[in-house]
Write a protein that binds this ligand. Structure first.
Ligand SMILES: Nc1ncnc2c1ncn2[C@@H]1O[C@H](COP(=O)(O)OP(=O)(O)OP(=O)(O)O)[C@@H](O)[C@H]1O
Ligand SMILES: [Mg+2]
Length: 387
């Protein structure tokens, strides 16, 4: 892979993660085309060009690629017609991390089969169902409590916990009502009573060994992350175990770029959950916690630029700033107050519309220890209100 700059980068998905990536790319003078299904998406606000299309439409994808002729296509979301990416790749456009990898990670079942069946990696016990009757049978096999998720969904959509037999039908109806696409398939997983869950940011490079960031701990609610922190307090042997698993899965997927590999950590075990072949939302903490953040790492890996050293800068945290109501004319109060404390920073994503619980920004903080960093980040996030 040549490292001549600038490159023409096309982002498929233009949310807050894409926005930070676009900024990183432009700092090295690259040309960025931001694509999403709605106008004025965060990354479009900082890109050289933008396009509003349906990323599930083969014709729309063909039209924007033909028009802009990118060297590299960088997916930011899962809901993309990935068969078309395969075709682009065959035509000589680099797809990150690879077109096949985007296809593997689009749905929960393929990546799970790869990890568990092909690579023998420990995951939660799981099964699939395509009807309520099947779900009842599989749930009984797996036991309770269990977690029911549509195989096609993200951000916790359609996901719920069935505590016992009486909750299976409710979980089925909820999953089917919130499934992306026309898939009727759900995955049922044993509920893991973890001590902590982590994201291991894993950087796969074209011509250099895979490297890692210090693990990031996070807390989820309603299927979305609420706060994340780095470093996560887990033992060295568990970190090594997680790294070993991350190498196995990302090697099987191939290509280059950053991956957010999610694990449940119990008292005795490291359990693989899922992964994103791109920067991870919980990794926004690296905007304050590292010398090179996850977006810059993604960029360097994609372009084949060296990453000589990743420095963790000490206890750091991020806390999300959520919308409180539906609105299409958004302004925020409390920003000055939030920024009045030392070692606190914020990002407001510039999303054009809000609805309750939509992520509008993030507060970042450093502290003497993780506890203090988390408190500072939460406090700053809570000071910011939508008016
Ligand atoms: N088997 C399980 N046992 C316990 N908790 C679980 C299990 N599966 C999921 N969860 C909880 O739900 C969260 C979201 O699940 P998962 O990561 O599978 O879905 P997702 O929709 O891809 O979420 P995201 O897109 O935010 O990563 C997890 O981070 C974890 O907190
Ligand atoms: Mg997840």
């Amino acid at each position: 892979m040549s490292i001549k700059l600038p490159q023409k980068l096309m982002l498929l998905g233009s949310g807050e993660l894409g926005k930070e990536f676009a900024i990183a790319a432009q700092r090295l003078g690259n040309y960025v085309i931001a694509v999403d299904r709605y106008a004025n998406a965060p990354a479009m606000q900082v890109a050289d060009a933008y396009e509003v299309i349906s990323m599930l439409s083969v014709d729309d994808l063909e039209a924007v690629v033909k028009k802009h002729q990118p060297n590299i296509i960088i997916p930011e979301i899962e809901a993309i017609r990935t068969e078309k990416l395969l075709e682009f790749e065959q035509r000589g456009i680099t797809v990150i991390p690879t077109a096949a990898a985007t296809n593997y990670t689009m749905n929960r079942d393929r990546i799970r089969e790869l990890a568990h069946q092909e690579l023998g990696i420990r995951t939660a016990k799981y099964g699939y169902a395509t009807t309520l009757e099947e779900l009842i049978t599989v749930s009984n096999e797996i036991g309770f409590a269990n977690v029911v998720k549509p195989v096609m969904s993200s951000s916790g959509k359609g996901q719920s916990v069935a505590q016992d037999k009486s909750e299976v039908e409710k979980a089925w109806n909820y999953a089917i009502a919130n499934s992306r696409g026309d898939s009727q398939k759900v995955i049922v997983e044993e509920f893991i009573n973890f001590e902590i869950e982590i994201t291991l940011l894993t950087i796969k490079q074209w011509n250099a060994p895979t490297i890692f960031c210090s693990p990031i701990g996070h807390r989820q609610e309603r299927g979305d992350y609420q706060e994340s922190w780095q470093p996560a307090d887990i033992s060295e042997d568990k970190i090594l175990k997680a790294q070993e698993i991350a190498i196995k899965v990302t090697d099987a997927l191939g290509g280059a770029g950053i991956f957010g590999v999610e694990f449940f950590i119990t008292k005795d075990e490291v359990i693989f959950s899922e992964l994103s072949p791109r920067p991870h939302d919980t990794g926004m903490v690296t905007l304050i916690s590292q010398n090179i953040n996850e977006f810059e790492l993604h960029l360097r890996a994609i372009l084949g630029l060296p990453i000589p050293h990743i420095e963790q800068l000490g206890a750091s945290a991020s806390a999300v700033i959520l919308a409180s109501q539906k609105s299409d004319s958004i302004s925020f109060d409390g920003v000055a107050d939030a920024l009045s404390e030392k070692d606190v920073d914020i990002r407001l994503f510039g999303k054009p519309n809000a609805h309750p619980y939509r992520r509008m920004g993030v507060a970042l903080a450093k502290g003497a220890n993780v506890q203090e960093a988390r408190e500072k980040a939460m406090k700053a996030a809570n000071k910011i209100t939508m008016i």
